[in-house]
Design a protein around this ligand. Structure first.
Ligand SMILES: CC(C)(COP(=O)(O)OP(=O)(O)OC[C@H]1O[C@@H](n2cnc3c(N)ncnc32)[C@H](O)[C@@H]1OP(=O)(O)O)[C@@H](O)C(=O)NCCC(=O)NCCS
Length: 295
């Protein structure tokens, strides 16, 4: 039997395990989501964190953390869903859905004005999430397509109030909207950047496809990604392979993470740190983050 309840401190090891195994087993790999959860916990107590328990084992976990949407004249505070994980052996039994539904019920009872999520349309639309692009609401993560960003509010009016807004997650999630630059631009002047699909929270097979309602300027940015990163050149200069970095690392990194780092697929700050650390160990250097990544 599966029971759901709030996270307690003794669940933290179990949550890490579930998160790492679930993402590692997914087609996108684990890209620091377990560390992200720890970083969010350290940053705020304004989270909703639920676990699914089987016997005494944590088999599923969902985190909701503060997200604000900055609209033309005001900022509205809501919540962001994610990461969400279910142990591979327990997937496709409805546990992920139960966690989402239980979390959303709790948020409704708290009068949370909106929830956002970056994820697969086929999964999240069943819980009432709609494409945020339909309302011109954008996330600010470079390298993540806008098409995988969804929003849910309890009324159409709430969604209309958020129209054209910029969503900001906690800084633990990484740089967003090029910090202040885009916030100064009026909503009607902003262009929605759409990038090639590339990470676990955006697992759509057609993710690079432009939204049908996008204008020409928006279409022009489709398929863009962050481009080859300086780390690729540094590795080549040092004659280092992905395997050298993985072998040198004292943290959990994968060949795929290094490959994505080189290609310029967006990585969380935690993953970038791990890759940087691995490079420094493998090369015997002390490169700074700015030497290795240009974002
Ligand atoms: C996504 C996840 C939490 C779903 O958990 P779950 O307990 O298997 O979910 P449920 O059993 O409630 O629902 C399964 C449904 O999710 C869909 N689904 C699961 N993962 C999916 C994915 N990557 N892409 C598309 N659909 C997915 C399945 O198609 C299934 O739909 P169906 O019932 O119509 O066949 C789980 O697959 C997981 O931990 N994945 C790895 C981590 C991840 O990608 N998390 C989400 C992004 S933050």
């Amino acid at each position: 039997m599966i029971t759901l309840r709030d996270e307690t401190p003794s669940d933290r090891g179990g949550i890490r395990k579930v998160t790492i195994e679930a993402f590692a087993n997914s087609e996108f790999g684990h890209n620091g989501e377990a560390d992200l959860i720890d970083a969010v916990r350290a940053a705020t107590d304004q989270t909703l964190s639920l676990v699914a328990i089987h016997g005494t084992q944590v088999v599923g976990h969902i985190l909701f953390s503060p997200v604000s949407i900055e609209c033309a004249h005001r900022t509205i505070h809501g919540i962001g869903l994610g990461p969400l994980s279910v142990l591979p052996a327990f997937q496709r039994k409805g546990i992920g859905s139960q966690l989402v539904e239980a979390g959303l019920r709790r948020l409704v009872s708290r009068n949370t004005p909106f929830s956002v999520v970056a994820g697969h349309p086929g999964f999240y639309t069943r819980f009432g999430f709609v494409p945020s692009a339909d309302y011109g609401i954008t996330h600010g993560f470079a390298g993540m397509p806008q098409e995988v960003f969804f929003i849910r509010a309890d009324s159409m009016q709430s969604l209309q109030d958020l129209r054209g807004g910029l969503a900001f997650y906690l800084p633990a999630f990484g740089a967003q909207h090029n910090t202040v630059v885009e916030q100064c631009v009026a909503p009607e002047q902003r262009s929605t950047q759409v990038f090639e699909i590339e990470r676990g929270s955006s697992p759509s097979s057609d993710g690079g496809r432009a939204h049908p309602e996008m204008n020409e300027e928006q279409h022009a940015t489709t398929e863009r990604n962050l481009g080859e990163q300086p780390i690729a050149r540094l590795m080549a200069a040092g004659n280092l392979t992905r395997h050298d970095l993985v072998a040198a690392s004292t943290q959990q990194i994968t060949h795929k993470m290094v490959a994505r780092a080189c290609k310029g697929r967006w990585l969380t700050p935690n993953t970038k740190n791990k890759v940087l650390d691995a490079l420094n160990k493998a090369a015997g250097k002390t490169y700074a983050m700015r030497d290795v990544f240009n974002y």
